[in-house]
Structures are given as structure tokens and as C-alpha cells.
Design a binder for this molecule. Structure first.
Ligand SMILES: [Zn+2]
Length: 350
């Protein structure tokens, strides 16, 4: 089904479930595990609903880090089945209400070590366990995301291909264009395509500006569908990924990233740039919230269920059009009409 949708046109992904649930109080920063799917399903249901109403075509089951290695850290290894199964059931319920798709979700295992063969089997077992508990509850396709080793990504792909579901594999790149096992972007994605991936791409770590140049190289290297899911946190050329941004002399990740959140207009502009590059699956990752998704959807020409509540600035009493403005503050009125540069004297006189 995902492949048919992609054939018809761009598929819009959703936003960062885990970071947004953390912000809302239902995920602990640190473990960043999704036990909320069994402890507070209503919170997960609401966020899926928010992304669906913002125009997402796909809901990713909230199973990021729902693998044994991470569940062990919070003493919930025994909830592996419950979390994976319930996450898919919740996503399915909301997706069906909106006629959209559900992606099962796998991610970096933190177990894989390219030099230690024994970890490859452990990695495979983690992927297989998550797939086993997700696959029969309404998954349309699987996304394996945020993987930094091509070796680990290929194991995830094999595990997905053992099911009948289409596969989307996205790698994460932090400081450069190499996987952590030393394979350059072009080669890495060719290997994934050759191994049968239906959709390949990049997700997390980098903001749109730092991700799209890499995505263009992916696009030029493969003939399968390409996906981008950047973070909605501002990065720079010197600091190209979100984990090393600094705020007030401290590392901002993960608790002080608020000043780095991209605006909805920046995310809308990202969606258009990605479209221009020929990216077919345009989504987002950490930091991206429903308002970003709606702006992206509308930029791509879509009317969403919540477009009913999209901005109507002209009706605003302070910054609206002439017929609606009742504001008396001269500086606001001047800046609104003539721009900041023309109006600085007004502020000074007062
Ligand atoms: Zn992310």
C-alpha cells in the first residue's frame, strides 16, 4: 500500500513522537522509551490524532527504543510484547479513522558492533522480536530508522524482508557522510537498494538544511524511493547535528533545545525543497510537532483536517488587515505596515 501511495505522489510522514511525548510529560528524557503506550495510551492516541489531523499520510507506531536493550534499562523487559503490540494497535486505530497508513518501527539497537560477530546475532534477535510482536496488529510497512552502521541496517532490512511488508530504511549521519562502519553515503544506500530495500533515506540528527545535501546524493545514487526525516532543531555548518548544540554554555541536548526549534515556515520550506529534489517520502523527526506537519502538508498543496484552524492573520485585532485591526500601539502598526527598519524611531521616542 505504501508503494502504491508513493507511486501516486509525495507521502507526508509524521513528526517526532518520542520528543513530543517527552515535552507533554509522558516520556522520560534519558531512557526515551515508549512505555506510555501501555501506561498512558490516551496520550499516544492523542498525538497520533494530532499528526493525522495535521495531514500526515503515515503514523509510525510508537515503538522507538521498544527493544530489549533499552527496556532493560527501565526494568521493563517483560513488557516487550505489550509495548510493541499496543503501539501498533493504537496507531492502527487512529490511522483507520483517517484513512492513512501505519509503519511498524525499529531503530538502532545499541548492541551492534561491526567487529564483534556475536553482536550481529543479538541485533538480529532484537529486530526479529519487535517485528514479531508488531506485524500481526496492523502494520502496512516497516521503518527501521536512526541506524548509523550499514551492517546493522542490512540486518534490519533482512529481518523486515522475512515478512511480507515493504521496507523503509533510514540511516542517521552526524558529523560526516560516512556510516560508523566507514561506508560513504552513495555506497551505503546502493547496498541497501541492492539488498531489496523499497525506500531508503536519512533521518534524525541533522536539520533540513544539513540533511538535504546528503539526501540529494542519495537520490542520485539509487532508483528506489527516497525519504528524509530531519529534526526540527536548528543546526549549523560547524555543529551539523542536534546533539551538540550549545545553549548558555551548556550542551542543549536534550533538555534545553527549545530555543533551537525551527519555525513552521522553515519546515514548510524544507518540504518544498525536498520535493524539488525529488524526495518522495517527506517527513520529520525529533522536535517536529503537529504545527510543523500541517505547515508542511499545506506547503505541498494539501488541505488537512485541521486546515479549518490554519492561520487567518487578517482577522487579528493587532496585526490583521485594515478592516479588523483595532490596535493603538503606533510601533506595532508601523512595523506591520512598513517593516522594522522604517519604524525604529517610534519605539525610541516612547
Ligand atoms: Zn529523531
Amino acid at each position: 500500500m505504501i508503494l502504491e501511495r508513493l507511486q501516486e505522489g509525495i507521502v507526508l510522514g509524521d513528526g517526532g513522537m518520542i520528543f513530543e511525548l517527552e515535552r507533554r510529560g509522558y516520556v522520560s528524557a534519558g531512557p526515551f522509551t515508549p512505555e506510555a503506550v501501555i501506561e498512558h495510551p490516551e496520550a499516544v492516541r492523542q498525538l497520533h490524532t494530532d499528526f493525522a489531523r495535521a495531514g500526515a499520510d503515515v503514523l509510525q507506531a510508537c515503538t522507538y527504543y521498544a527493544h530489549p536493550e533499552k527496556l532493560k534499562d527501565i526494568g521493563m523487559e517483560n513488557a516487550l510484547e505489550d509495548i510493541n503490540k499496543n503501539a501498533v494497535l493504537i496507531a492502527r486505530e487512529i490511522a483507520d479513522t483517517h484513512g492513512i497508513l501505519v509503519a511498524g518501527n525499529l531503530c538502532n539497537t545499541w548492541v551492534y558492533d561491526p567487529k564483534d560477530i556475536s553482536t550481529h546475532q543479538q541485533t538480529r534477535e532484537q529486530f526479529e522480536a519487535q517485528i514479531y510482536y508488531q506485524k500481526d496488529h496492523g502494520v502496512d510497512f516497516f521503518i527501521a530508522e536512526t541506524i548509523e552502521y550499514i551492517g546493522e541496517a542490512l540486518i534490519a532490512l533482512e529481518a523486515i524482508r522475512a515478512t511480507d511488508s515493504p521496507s523503509m530504511i533510514t540511516l542517521g549521519f552526524k558529523k560526516n557522510d560516512l556510516t560508523l562502519d566507514g561506508v560513504r553515503i552513495e555506497e551505503a544506500f546502493r547496498r541497501l537498494e541492492d539488498a531489496g530495500a523499497d525506500i531508503v533515506g536519512i533521518n534524525c540528527f541533522r536539520d533540513p538544511e544539513r540533511m538535504l545535501p546528503f539526501a540529494e546524493r542519495v537520490k542520485n545514487s539509487v532508483s528506489c524511493y527516497v525519504a528524509t526525516q530531519p529534526v526540527a532543531f536548528r543546526c549549523t555548518e560547524d555543529r551539523p547535528y542536534f546533539q551538540i548544540q550549545e545553549y548558555d554554555g551548556r550542551v542543549a541536548f536534550p533538555l534545553e533545545l527549545d530555543p533551537f526549534v525551527l519555525t513552521r515556515k522553515e519546515m514548510a520550506s524544507y518540504a518544498l525543497k525536498a520535493k524539488k529534489l525529488g524526495i518522495q517520502y517527506i517527513g520529520s523527526c525529533c522536535g517536529s510537532a503537529p504545527h510543523h506537519i500541517r505547515a508542511m502538508a499545506e506547503a505541498l498543496g494539501k488541505t488537512t483536517p485541521n486546515s479549518r484552524y490554519s492561520p487567518q492573520i487578517e482577522l487579528h485585532k493587532i496585526i490583521g488587515d485594515a478592516a479588523h485591526t483595532k490596535e493603538k500601539d503606533a510601533r506595532i502598526l508601523c512595523e506591520q505596515r512598513y517593516g522594522k527598519a522604517q519604524c525604529h524611531l517610534i519605539g525610541q521616542k516612547e
